[in-house]
Ligand binder design. Structure first.
Ligand code: SF4
Length: 345
């Protein structure tokens, strides 16, 4: 089922718009606003579309409102329990809020928040988490069924209030229940879905779990925004999210890298080279394939379809385009010459 379109700041999600990559700010909302704004810009440069912030108190709501006015991408306030924080964020210009009506409490408080959100065109995300389900669903054996029921309970509140700009997430730390819950929910409702495996783990296990779960859903056209929740940096969450979308065929922009894993034949340190150029590559939006190969024996041949490639042959560096050698140089010039060629492309 095609999802509804929801506007978050200037960004449209759902309704066939590109799947957006999210991350969550990993520090408290204290310190210099300018430093946070620079951090947001850096994350945007490598592909973040939306960033969520935990807003545990009213002072944080004030800070996030100030930041939202200057942010280059939409920001989301994640609020639990206190409806006054939600009101402050909505009226302060934060672009989206995440609340669960169930933990806001009295229905008049929820109504007040929803009315303010409607007045200010601020969408609301409801986040159902398999690890913190409402008590009435905790005894259900099937966790995915419990998650869907919890989401439907929250949804009733919005439907009664005729508020349509709702995004849902149904996350669990388990792949199967995450996929099942989202599959069932998306077959019944057209609200946009934010996908993720919650608390997915450290860098490598977290990316593996997230990739399997997200790809299963994305290939069925489920999901409008994603987050790879890692015990790691925001930067890596964004890069992983972008790579998952690329591998799932949801975006075609950005660098695709073919690179040598290294073997005894290697005469070029591909790992070191990739580390040196990584920050530049992450900022490129153009659809370009690069090959970073370890030896002249297999390098150009293996990377024949790459737009730009590099490999080493003893003390010589060889740069090639579409598998044909276009430049030979000294190893100390490798990074500079490669980036020069890349700029030309
Ligand atoms: S490109 Fe060359 S060095 Fe790298 S793995 Fe293949 S054969 Fe080995």
């Amino acid at each position: 089922m095609k999802s509804n379109t929801v506007k978050i700041g200037d960004t449209l999600i759902g309704g066939g718009f590109p799947v957006a990559v999210q991350t969550m700010w990993k520090s408290p909302l204290s310190g210099e606003i300018g430093v946070i704004l620079s951090g947001i810009e850096e994350l945007k440069d490598i592909g973040a579309d939306i960033i969520r912030f935990a807003v545990p108190d009213i002072e944080d709501a004030e800070i996030l409102s100030k930041i939202s006015k200057k942010s280059v991408i939409p920001l989301v306030a994640d609020i639990h329990f206190d409806y006054k924080i939600a009101l402050k964020c909505i009226k302060g210009g934060v672009h989206k809020i995440r609340i669960n009506p169930g933990n806001i409490g009295a229905s008049w408080k929820v109504e007040e928040v929803v009315r303010a959100a409607a007045d200010c065109n601020v969408p609301i995300r409801v986040g159902v988490n398999g690890g913190s389900l409402p008590s009435s669903f905790r005894d259900l054996k099937d966790i995915s069924e419990a998650m869907v029921k919890a989401a439907e309970m929250e949804l009733n509140v919005f439907e009664k209030l005729k508020f349509k700009d709702v995004v849902f997430s149904l996350k669990s730390s388990d792949i199967e229940s995450t996929v099942m819950a989202n599959t069932v929910f998306s077959s019944r409702y057209s609200y946009p879905l934010h996908l993720g495996v919650t608390e997915a783990g450290p860098l490598i296990p977290g990316i593996v779990k997230s990739s399997i779960a997200l790809n299963t859903m994305l290939k069925d056209n489920i999901g409008d925004t994603i987050r790879v929740s890692l015990s790691d940096t925001m930067r890596n969450e964004v890069i992983a999210g972008k790579e998952i979308l690329k591998a799932a065929g949801k975006i075609s922009s950005g660098i695709t890298t073919i690179s040598c894993p290294r073997c005894g034949r290697a005469s070029f340190n591909t790992h070191e080279f990739l580390n040196s150029v990584d920050s530049t590559l992450q900022k490129i939006n153009k659809n370009i394939t690069i090959a970073v190969m370890g030896c002249i024996v297999n390098g150009p041949g293996e990377a024949r379809h790459a737009d730009l490639g590099i490999t080493g042959s003893g003390d010589n560096i060889v740069i090639f385009r579409k598998g044909k050698i276009v430049k030979r140089a000294n190893p100390s010039e490798a990074v500079r010459l490669f980036l020069e060629e890349l700029r030309e492309i």
